[in-house]
Write a protein that binds this ligand. Structure first.
Ligand SMILES: [Mn+2]
Length: 371
């Protein structure tokens, strides 16, 4: 592994080389300790759209960031590398989204329309293909003793990564940032949609022992009952309750420590950008008022990394570049502003830094301890 920036002909104080990789860095798969898997997928997105372009937007925006970090000492020296976006998965997403739209538009009539049942079967088969792809890619990253970071895509995309994590860790937990519970069973008949990711994680992957949800503020009664009835598996920090604790004067640092205390020793961080206040992600598919401040979310992950628990991998999902509403819903306006992607790539970098520190691959920046 490269440990000396001189060897890489890389100057962290200079502007990024446009030909460089993610964050303007020069690392290959072999040189890097963190490997990002872009997953351009939003096949079953029912509202809004554009998250299949999230990986591209995040990769493009990432060269604008300075890699120096106040928390972790030179995390980029561990090597950060992003896989290329798979054209096959991008095309499968495009075709599947067209099929899924016919089902979303005809919701309620599905039992009477066998043609749509066939479309539903095709969409579910496409999701299975995507899950298999992600599982294989993330397994390879784990086998190479590296840390996977998935870049969505909608929130269905990490399921294969959770399966790959289960192959390597017989017991682990998920720290789940989101506005939504994501515990619906087969939303609109889609077995693997963004609305079902934590239902699927809880019911299909027994190695996942605990799911700690933070920022949740949009959920149906069935989801509330589902998570409430499984107190050994789900710990939910509803946004309203977090807000009440803050209004009562509880320090956010102590709230963060309490959240972290509920997690097992090995943790995957699943970060839906809409867990944040919508001012950080105005173009996400389903924005909801309220939500975490950027630094509150960072504090929770910082607290996790400092707790002695290990961040085994992470995802950042539901980042949507600006859409041109006049065009095809899966086409992005090339003249978009990149605000959502800017926030997403900075989150991705902080998650990478904290994962590296939690695994003792990088040291904490003791000269600049921020808390
Ligand atoms: Mn979600």
């Amino acid at each position: 592994m490269a440990t000396d920036q001189q060897n890489l002909n890389y100057n962290p104080n200079a502007a990024a080389d446009p030909q460089a990789g993610i964050f303007g860095l020069p690392y290959s798969f072999d040189d890097a300790k963190v490997i990002y898997l872009p997953v351009p997928w939003e096949a079953t997105t029912s509202y809004g759209g554009g998250t299949s372009h999230g990986p591209e937007a995040i990769l493009n925006a990432s060269s604008q960031m300075d890699v120096f970090d106040l928390d972790v000492k030179n995390p980029y020296l561990a090597g950060l590398h992003a896989h290329a976006i798979s054209p096959e998965m991008f095309e499968l997403n495009r075709r599947s989204k067209i099929l899924a739209q016919t089902i979303i538009e005809a919701y309620g009539e599905i039992d009477h329309l066998p043609a749509l049942q066939k479309n539903l079967d095709l969409v579910n088969a496409a999701s299975a293909t995507l899950n298999h792809f992600v599982r294989q890619e993330v397994s390879t990253i784990f086998q190479a003793k590296k840390i996977p970071g998935l870049i969505g895509g909608d929130h269905s995309t990490p399921f294969g990564a959770f399966q790959a994590a289960a192959e390597n860790y017989p017991e682990y937990g998920i720290l789940h940032f989101d506005a939504h519970s994501d515990t619906r069973k087969a939303y609109l008949g889609f077995e693997h949609s963004h609305a079902s990711i934590m239902y699927n994680a809880a019911t299909k992957i027994p190695q996942i022992k605990k799911i700690v949800q933070v920022g949740i503020r949009d959920f149906c009664e069935e989801e509330y009952q589902f998570t409430s009835s499984q107190k050994d598996k789900f710990q939910v920090y509803y946004d309203q309750q977090l807000s009440a604790k803050k209004m009562d004067g509880k320090s956010f640092a102590s709230i963060a420590e309490e959240i972290v205390s509920k997690l097992p020793d090995h943790v995957w961080v699943s970060f839906d950008i809409d867990g944040l206040d919508p001012r950080y992600c105005p173009h996400t598919g389903t924005p909801v008022p309220g939500g975490l401040d950027y630094h509150e979310a960072i504090q929770i992950v910082r607290s996790l990394a400092k707790s002695g628990k290990k961040i085994i991998g992470f995802d950042v999902v539901e980042v949507a570049p600006t859409l041109d509403s006049q065009s095809n819903p899966i086409e992005v306006n090339q003249a978009n502003d990149e605000w959502d992607a800017n926030v997403g790539m900075r989150l991705l970098y902080k998650l990478s830094a904290f994962a590296l520190a939690s695994q003792k691959i990088c040291a904490w920046n003791s000269d600049h301890n921020s808390i």
